[in-house]
Design a protein around this ligand. Sequence first.
Ligand code: COA
Length: 348
Amino acid sequence: MQSSRIAGIGHYVPKNVYTNADLSRFMDTNDEWIQERTGIRERRFADRLEETTTTMGVEAAKIAIGRAGITAQDVDFIIFATLSPDYYFPGCGVLLQREMKMKEVGALDVRNQCSGFLYALSIADQFIKTGMYKNILVVGSEKHSFAMDFETRSRNVSVIFGDGAGAVVLQPAQKEGQGILSTHLHSDGADAEILAMFYPGSHANKWMPEKPGYPDQELGGLFLTTEQLQSGSALPYMDGPAVFKKAVVKFPEVIREALQANQLSAQDIDLLVPHQANLRISQYVQQLLDLPDEKVFNNIQKYGNTTAASVPIALSEAWEAGKIKDGDLICLAAFGSGFTWASALIRW
Ligand code: COA
């Protein structure tokens, strides 16, 4: 079967830099706490009015398309991964299609949070393998800043996340053994509420009958009352320590699964590009796999956790820095809300 390769890659991050010290102007936090627990020094926040998840995705896509040596008109399928879409519906895929004046090709949105990009990449890989499409644009983009609360009550969440976008163009591989070797996708919904944003959602009557929606109790949580907004029930919720504990098990597990499927070992990896959840998680995984520093790429220090955008931004930066050469074995891995987790092995 025809395998797929990344023919072009690009990323975009907003200009506005917010350091840890900047955040401590809004909430009770400090640089030392944030750096020690997460490794993050600063993050980017999109322009509130001018930039959206789609516009950032478009900027990253333009670079990836240019580097693949094609034009927007050549793209024959779009997959857009995000948890922070411009609209509740329709998804960002169609907005990007419109913005980039693409043909009337299919556009699919993926909502798998931090592993969204890897899920999207895996779907694209299957479409190339079957011969259905030849130039698939895969985008991961997030504008977290629009939904974050910068009060002390939300400090465990809002110091972690940042905005940005990454994109790749997937094409049929040019030679035997090149490209995506395999992808591995998993989920376990048992702890779905541990890292979640409950509104807007249709769950209100089922899970929270004591917090009915507006204007009619029967209508549920798609409509928010002012009280609900003020109480913070429309904000992201995260039990950080519980996420951490699960992540340090699932990251190495899914990486080993990918290596085993290809009869390779951790020593064969030239570069591991993990989802940038927390520097401590990446360092733990690195230690477990016994990888030297130069074989693990981290940029959470500069951008925080950009969820679906984190893997393509990191991969793009690593590629631009010359850390990825033809023939290298690249391992991508992600874990996040759901829980969902995934990995991919790529022979560049
Ligand atoms: N600044 C200062 N103090 C903070 C803080 C902040 N931004 N956020 C939380 N705290 C405080 C807490 O209130 C708590 O205080 P207390 O002991 O007086 O109650 C203390 O720090 C410890 O909180 P805890 O949540 O146990 O800290 P932690 O060591 O687990 O670190 C995370 C918190 C969020 C950094 C960590 O759990 C984590 O990274 N988890 C994984 C998150 C993740 O990867 N999410 C994305 C999914 S891919």
